[in-house]
Design a protein around this ligand. Structure first.
Ligand code: NAD
Length: 462
């Protein structure tokens, strides 16, 4: 245990003892360096000012245990930063203090935003995941607590790097939350306890489905004029495997994560089908993204039991977006609808009928939102100086996602270890990107990027 973990938590001490005792006691107590020095205010910087970045910042500003202020923002595109800033200022007029000299643009903007913070403050990473390890490295150097969005990695080399960074963060007593919010769903927490206590026996089968129309940046047309290849790929990150892991990692990781949690281990291997039915836009232009529009993955756990995952991005087909488990004594519904939608439930046989119901989650209204819970939990850990680092399991969930994707993209069975050891570094030199850098994917004369070819390209994905 390092010295900061041994020492009394300053905030815990303040909470327990009142101010006068604190000042005399502090003379003899080493203050953990990770806490915001000299003030109970925790400052926030936002790196990646898009949909989720704005949402995560709002959750940060709504935590039960403030005070919290947003003081710096970073993005690549001025309009993105301005849009999030404007919305947040309207919602939280007294908690947003981001003047022009703390608004930063460019691939090095993350450093400048973090330079505005003190050790113990919090930085939010809500860019595409390819940048996660670069930004996390700097946050650890600066002694910052972190909230980072999922996925954490999309390939083998960066997964190994993130495992090592996770250890570095813990060694510095930094608190790190990961945006796999299912883990903070009070319903799924109770479901996990009940399943691990054997209420439906041994888990022998799991199923996950996310099937809806093409969302986000799932589909992309050839790059228009007036934007570089790199910025086009970053902007439409769901379309490109190096940036996001494609729709597979970005859309499917939540269900993969919480079903692994229920089973209490990660699948050891995957085989998969995937294909592209719709290659042309309604105008007849070829799409240039790297996604399949259907994936059907068979994951296997070490005991031989299976987890089947179906993903589809197609209009007009039946929409199914749910997760469930079959045990030797009954079944459970983890997410009724969506990534972790309430309620979760357990049944005494293999059909989910009212007559078979043995338990249905009931969550108090102030804890129904897992996105808010994950921030209250992170803030409690910071203010009470409790160990808190979700990176290892976040990387593992990312590797399991990548394993399913790689199985579909290559047409081969892929093991967890093979995915982790795969040497395809999908975004080399990303830590040195500038606005003028070449993109990791180079288009051909028709504006098309390399796509997966199962059975033909089998040792890497494209
Ligand atoms: N937990 C969830 O349920 C959830 C929901 C949505 C998104 N997400 C995750 O959040 C992340 C962002 O997704 P989004 O939907 O908000 O996308 P988005 O496109 O709305 O926002 C991403 C922002 O990051 C900026 N950006 C890209 N590269 C950058 C860099 N190097 N430095 C600074 N800024 C950069 C972009 O310009 C953009 O404004 C993804 O990893 C996604 O998977 C999680």
């Amino acid at each position: 245990m390092n010295s900061s973990q041994n020492s009394t938590s300053r905030r815990e001490f303040i909470k327990a003892s009142g101010k006068s005792a604190v000042f005399s006691a502090l003379a003899n107590v080493a203050i953990p360096p990770v806490h915001a020095a000299g003030s109970d205010l925790i400052q926030i910087a936002l790196v990646g000012c898009g949909g989720r970045g704005g949402g995560a910042a709002a959750n940060a500003l709504r935590v039960k245990r403030g005070p919290v202020k947003l003081v710096a923002m970073a993005d690549l595109f001025p309009e993105r930063l301005a849009s999030d800033l404007n919305k947040l200022q309207q919602q939280f007029p007294t908690q947003v203090d981001v003047p022009p000299d703390r608004q930063f643009l460019g691939f090095d903007a993350y450093q400048k935003a973090m330079d505005c913070l003190k050790p113990g403050d919090i930085v939010i990473f809500a860019t595409p995941p390819a940048f996660r390890w670069v930004h996390f490295t700097y946050a650890i150097q600066k002694g910052l607590n972190v909230f980072m969005e999922k996925p954490l990695t999309v390939d083998g080399p960066t997964s190994k790097r993130m495992f090592a960074l996770a250890q570095d963060a813990s060694a510095k007593n930094l608190k790190v939350g990961v945006g796999l919010m299912s883990r903070h769903s009070r319903a799924l927490q109770e479901l996990a306890d009940r399943i691990h206590n054997g209420e439906i026996g041994e888990i022998i089968l799991q199923r996950g489905y996310r099937m809806h129309g093409p969302g986000g940046y799932f589909l992309s047309l050839p790059k228009p004029a007036g934007i570089s290849d790199l910025l086009y790929q970053v902007k439409r990150f769901h379309s490109f495997i190096w940036a996001s892991g494609g729709c597979y990692n970005d859309f499917y990781i939540h269900i993969i994560d919480h079903l692994g949690w229920m089973k209490n281990e990660w699948p050891v291997k995957a085989q998969a089908l995937g294909g592209r039915h719709y290659k042309l836009s309604p105008e007849g232009v070829a799409y240039v993204d790297q996604n399949f529009d259907v994936y059907s993955v068979e994951y296997t756990y070490s005991d031989g039991t299976k987890f089947f995952f179906d993903g589809r991005c197609m209009n007009g087909c039946e929409e199914i977006y749910t997760s469930c488990l079959q045990g030797t004594k009954g079944m459970g519904i983890a997410s009724k609808s969506g990534d972790c939608g309430l309620p979760s439930s357990l049944y005494k046989s293999q059909t989910a009928t009212a007559a078979n119901l043995i338990w249905e989650s009931k969550v108090s209204p102030d804890e129904e939102d897992p996105y808010q819970n994950e921030w209250n939990d992170l803030m409690d850990a910071i203010r009470d100086d409790k160990p808190y680092n979700e990176v290892k399991r976040g990387v593992e969930a990312s590797v399991v996602s990548s394993m399913g994707r790689m199985a579909a993209n290559t047409g081969r069975e892929i093991t967890f270890n093979e995915m982790l050891q795969c040497e395809h570094d999908m975004a080399p030199d990303i830590e040195r990107f500038t606005m003028d850098s070449p993109a990791p994917l180079v288009a051909d004369a028709n504006g098309r990027y390399p796509v997966p070819q199962p059975g033909i390209v089998t040792t890497r994905e494209y």
